[in-house]
Write a protein that binds this ligand. Structure first.
Ligand SMILES: CC(C)(COP(=O)(O)OP(=O)(O)OC[C@H]1O[C@@H](n2cnc3c(N)ncnc32)[C@H](O)[C@@H]1OP(=O)(O)O)[C@@H](O)C(=O)NCCC(=O)NCCS
Length: 437
């Protein structure tokens, strides 16, 4: 007997599997995510990705392990501007830490795909002198010692290993032309490798859920402009600034997407790659196209999108005054400074639900995937607010919702306030619901 959820999930994942085959992913794993059971679960997912033909470059961090070694030696780690100051003794501990981590990762990957016939299937791992470094130098009068920057990534050498079917594993150390070893940051290497390899995606697996705003709330989507704005206004938590800077540099240099997600959430990597909802924070450059919250200057454009559909009875009528009072519920899709679509998202926090409404794509831009992008955006927004279901009422577009993971639902499943309105209305719309566990 087939389980309906499995079939639904598999159908949803299939296009993503097809799209990722042969593409390069650079995955930067924070040092705090390199212990079991997290490491084993990540390694199993990495094996699965490799078996689907995804080319993988792994870059690991080492901060926590270097600190543990320093602590044992009774030494307090020294930082400046969030970067470690690496003296000679710390460099030795950095080399020790990277050696240990590398063998731990190799051992975890050797297990194959947990609970499957692929268990124990051998994955080739390639390590090597892929990164050259240069000293960070003296910053604000402080000698950073053996702390370095990435000088160059040997993309050809990595590409050869990837083409031969291996996973490339890179430690945060690099040699300089003067023959010295430098201690580097995982984020700097992952960013530089993703750019040099023209990777499809750069993924940072970290401890927090994603990038958090100043109030500690998850930010689900960030365009390059938004990320830059947040950095400039100091609205990112200080310990995440470097990660955001790396994500921004990557999307500005042709990496299609950067994701920051939590390794503590089992399967987060898989959900990000193979489901519409995704997890964590997603960055995109969006040079011409972006989805953003609407403001009052967008009302005229929204009206010209929705009026014809209101007149055709497809959408409920909304007055200009209504739009003025509820404009913060709207998102607009902008391409080359023109508005091509909109969607509204109304929260019912108490009942842990949100309503998607007023989804419209301009007739001259339909069938190009904009509807899907608007849906993806509101699903992420809903999840980020930890609401458990997203619903939509529709008279004409039911199939479109069903094909994208919604199920038909009854009025009893609506939030109370919305249910009353529904029962008083004569539209007899159908109700579609997407659970977001
Ligand atoms: C529904 C709508 C938002 C989709 O936007 P879009 O950008 O065209 O969507 P996508 O490009 O992501 O998807 C296009 C696919 O959906 C299909 N589709 C479009 N409208 C549909 C409908 N009413 N029912 C079922 N499928 C529909 C298209 O045929 C196309 O299918 P294909 O990929 O097999 O060719 C857009 O058609 C629209 O604005 N419709 C009028 C307003 C409306 O009905 N809004 C819903 C109110 S609740």
């Amino acid at each position: 007997m087939t389980t309906p959820n499995f079939v639904k999930d598999f159908r949803e994942a299939a296009p993503y599997i097809d799209y990722l085959r042969g593409k390069t992913l650079v995955i930067g794993i924070a040092s705090s995510m390199l212990e079991n059971p997290v490491l084993h679960s990540l390694a199993s997912d990495i094996n699965l990705l490799a078996s689907l033909g995804v080319k993988i470059v792994l870059v690991h961090g080492s901060r926590r392990q270097i600190n543990a070694l320093s602590e044992t030696a009774g030494i307090v780690p020294q930082y400046h501007g969030g970067r470690r100051i690496t003296d000679e003794a710390t460099l030795i501990r950095a080399k020790q830490a990277c050696g240990m981590i590398r063998f731990d990762i190799e051992a975890a990957l050797a297990v194959g795909i947990a609970h499957s016939p692929q268990r124990g299937k051998r994955l080739r791992i390639a390590c090597g002198n892929f990164v050259s470094a240069r000293p960070f130098g003296i910053i604000d009068g402080i000698d950073m010692g053996y702390t370095g920057r990435v000088r160059k990534i040997d993309a050809d050498a990595i590409q050869q290993r990837l083409d031969a079917g291996a996973v490339a594993l890179i430690s945060p150390l690099g040699a300089s032309l003067s023959g010295k070893t430098f201690n580097l940051s995982m984020a700097d290497i992952a960013e530089a490798a993703a750019i040099a390899l023209k990777a499809e995606k750069l993924i940072f697996v970290v401890e927090p859920e994603g990038i958090m705003d100043e109030d500690g709330l998850l930010i689900p989507n960030l365009s390059a402009n938004e990320a830059r704005g947040l950095l400039e206004n100091g609205r990112i938590q200080p310990n995440q600034r470097r990660l955001v800077q790396s994500a921004l540099t990557a999307v500005e240099n042709q990496v299609q997407r950067v994701h920051v997600l939590s390794g503590l959430e089992d399967g987060s990597l898989m959900s990000e790659l193979f489901t519409r909802e995704g997890t964590g924070t997603s960055f995109s450059q969006a040079p011409f196209m972006s989805i953003r919250q609407a403001g009052s200057s967008d009302i005229a454009d929204i009206i010209s999108l929705i009026r014809p559909l209101e007149e055709a009875g497809i959408l409920l009528k909304r007055s200009r005054e209504y739009l003025e009072n509820h404009i913060r519920e709207f998102f607009v899709l902008e391409h080359d400074r023109q508005i091509y679509g909109c969607v509204a998202l109304k929260m019912f926090e108490e009942e842990q639900a949100a309503e998607l409404a007023c989804l419209v794509v301009s007739p001259n831009a339909q069938d190009g995937g904009y509807g899907e992008l608007l849906l993806e955006h509101v699903v992420r927004e809903t999840r980020a607010r930890r609401l458990h279901k997203l619903f939509a009422l529709s008279t004409h577009t039911g199939d479109w919702f069903i094909e994208r993971g919604f199920q038909t639902a009854s009025p009893e499943e609506l939030p109370n306030e919305r249910r009353q309105e529904y029962e008083e209305s004569k539209r007899r719309s159908k109700i579609f619901m997407m659970p977001l566990e």
